[in-house]
Design a protein around this ligand. Structure first.
Ligand code: PLP
Ligand code: COI
Length: 342
């Protein structure tokens, strides 16, 4: 299929509506069979659960054109599972995993003209989401829900692509110890908006959130997990029950151990230790691995040895291996790459 005439290499991380999306409705205790639609708008009650009490969750994954010209998605089964976990925690009916995977196939296949060509630097971002659509006024779960999936072609999440960014230690908390930080609830992002706008106004690219209970340990950013590299080349990533279990991070841990032969530690990371690390990166579907050059803690600067010009050597190797697997240049572990039937 012929690709759309888009300036792929200059795309930012934004929303470009495409022709087709998937929608399924939950009513009377069951999901309907689902359908593709060209309608990019949603019409719901003024009192819908999502509008009153933020009953919504979402996922994010990407489709790629490989070196061999195939259209593939990366580990969609893990997004399907995580969305079930998110739904359960928010008292929403789970969207079945096999139906989630089928929706991804259908939406990517219907929009294959929007999957950026191999080597363009862009990807097709896939956004499955669901929300309470029926009216609720007392605080309780909705009775009806809608699951949708749309796609949009995207470039790098951070302006400047692979250039190291500067982040600040936030005075705001992202997630409470027994709250919703471990699921992909829209409300986690609503409450981070003031923190990110504040950080941007102060000239920072992102926030480093600390654990809300003690404010001594590193958690994550608003949209990505942390990876650190020690001076003796061990990869360290924070362990916490209030961070999102990033699929990219879990994949990079595997890549570090099995492809690069590196030691990996998933453990509590005291903020005090950050100044000892040689490299730092943010990992996620949108962020891929974005290098961090500097962390600022109330005016005190922590500058990583990797500097502000390029990725550190180990973060670069992790990036090259992961993107090589995603783009079909490096053999993937069993089950990581799902080819879209187009
Ligand atoms: N942490 C947060 C808060 C996120 O929103 C995301 C994005 O999905 C991630 C981490 C990275 O997760 P994943 O690698 O599964 O995209
Ligand atoms: C993703 O990486 O898919 C996310 O959902 C992060 C979001 C901040 C864009």
């Amino acid at each position: 299929m012929e690709k759309k005439n888009i300036d792929w290499s200059n795309l930012s991380f934004g929303y470009i509506p495409t022709e087709a999306r998937y929608v399924s409705n939950y009513k009377n205790g069951a999901w309907d069979e689902g359908t593709m639609t060209t309608d990019a708008t949603v019409t719901i009650s003024e009192c819908a659960g999502v509008l009153q009490y933020c009953q919504a969750c979402f996922e994010g994954l990407k489709a790629y054109t490989t070196e061999q010209g195939k259209t593939v998605v990366f580990r969609p089964d893990l997004n399907a599972k995580r969305m079930v976990d998110s739904a359960k925690r928010l008292e929403m009916p789970a969207f079945p995993e096999d139906r989630f995977l089928d929706a991804i196939d259908k939406v990517v296949a219907a929009n294959v003209a929007y999957v950026p060509p191999y080597g363009s630097g862009a990807t097709l971002y896939i956004r499955p989401y669901m929300f309470g659509s029926s009216p609720v006024i007392g605080v309780k779960p909705a009775e009806e829900y809608q699951f949708r999936t749309f796609v949009t072609p995207v470039g790098p999440y951070f302006k400047g692509g692979a250039k190291p960014i500067t982040i600040k230690v936030s005075d705001f908390d992202r997630a409470a110890p027994n709250g919703t930080g471990h699921i992909k609830a829209g409300l986690n992002y609503a409450m981070s908006l003031h923190a990110i706008v504040t950080a941007h106004e102060e000239g920072f690219d992102e926030n480093m959130y600390l654990d809300a209970a003690t404010r001594t340990n590193v958690e994550e950013t608003g949209g990505a997990n942390f990876l650190f590299v020690t001076k003796d080349n061990t990869v360290v990533t924070p362990k916490s029950s209030s961070i999102l279990p990033s699929i990219t991070r879990r994949s990079l841990v595997y890549v570090a151990e099995h492809y690069l032969g590196l030691k990996v530690e998933e453990r509590v990371v005291p903020f005090e230790e950050v100044k000892e690390f040689a490299e730092c990166g943010l990992c996620g579907t949108a962020a891929v691995i974005s290098p961090v050059g500097k962390v600022v803690d109330h005016g005190k600067e922590i500058c990583f040895a990797s500097g502000m010009e390029k990725m550190g050597p180990t973060i670069q190797k992790l990036y090259d291996t992961l993107t090589g697997i995603q783009m079909g240049r490096i053999e993937a572990p069993e089950g990581w790459i799902h080819e879209i039937p187009v």
